[in-house]
Design a protein around this ligand. Structure first.
Ligand SMILES: [Ca+2]
Length: 251
């Protein structure tokens, strides 16, 4: 390898290490002392948004992952009113970010999960969502535009995971890394696809982050979330991008 090329690779590797060290927590919702720490806005014009809850003794959600026994609750409205709830917070000026958090399966009876790139100018009816379907068997990553879902960008059966299909009344972690029109998806720390999922058609490139809860058949279902974290440029995304650059250098 020519010296200049070798030097370039060394510089890139240094950049990777520097980026990996610089991932920054921008905001988080831990419901400290039973109080929400972030401002949250409702979506779909239905007014449902996170409410704080301190778990009562004997709640099946105890202990929660952090052990503080405080959660953010998102309760969908009555099915004749849409059966929906969406709670969003601004992304601290970022377009590319990592959004992660814990959710509780409860009875597994509503579609629930996280959203990214939600549009604050249309009641958050345009966004990407990572959701578990009722029954807890299927995980889906898909896009809504103006309130209408498009065909899934990706979906997975969760029996392929090391721990199998999530059980009722259990906590699980979701993570979405959004960079441009590319997305990396994680469930309980497992990266669901080796390469980023690419939205090649009219991608949503900016927007807010949050949570989602929907059912067409059962309303007033409270879904618990906790330890939601917004991070800046994530080391995994950085590594993937830089890996592409490294491969190009070797051509
Ligand atoms: Ca908490």
């Amino acid at each position: 390898m020519p010296l200049t090329r070798s030097l370039s690779v060394s510089l890139l590797l240094s950049a990777i290490l520097a980026s990996a060290a610089s991932a920054l927590v921008l905001k988080q919702e831990r419901v400290p002392s039973g109080v929400l720490e972030l401002p949250w806005s409702p979506g779909f014009g239905v007014g449902r948004v996170f409410t704080p809850l301190t778990l009562a003794s004997g709640d099946p959600a105890m202990p929660n992952p952090s052990g503080d026994n405080t959660v953010a609750v998102l309760t969908n409205n009555a099915t004749n009113l849409g059966g929906i709830a969406l709670s969003a917070t601004d992304p601290a000026g970022q377009a590319d970010y990592t959004w992660s958090g814990w959710f509780f399966t409860g009875a597994g009876d509503t579609r629930r999960g996280l959203i990214v790139r939600a549009n604050p100018t249309n009641d958050f009816r345009t966004f990407y969502q990572l959701v578990v379907n009722p029954g807890l068997f299927q995980l889906r990553f898909r896009k809504f535009v103006a309130g209408a879902p498009l065909p899934d960008l990706a979906s997975w059966f969760l029996n392929t995971l090391p721990n199998g299909v999530p059980t009722a009344n259990s906590w699980h972690n979701m993570k979405i890394i959004a960079g441009g029109n590319e997305f990396l998806i994680f469930f309980d720390g497992v990266q669901m696809t080796p390469a980023p999922i690419v939205d090649a058609t009219n991608p949503i490139l900016t927007g807010w982050v949050g949570a989602y809860n929907f059912s067409a058949s059962v309303g007033e279902v409270p879904v618990y979330f906790d330890d939601l974290v917004l991070e800046s440029e994530h080391p995994v995304a950085t590594r993937l991008t830089r890996w592409g650059e490294l491969k190009r250098l070797y051509r």
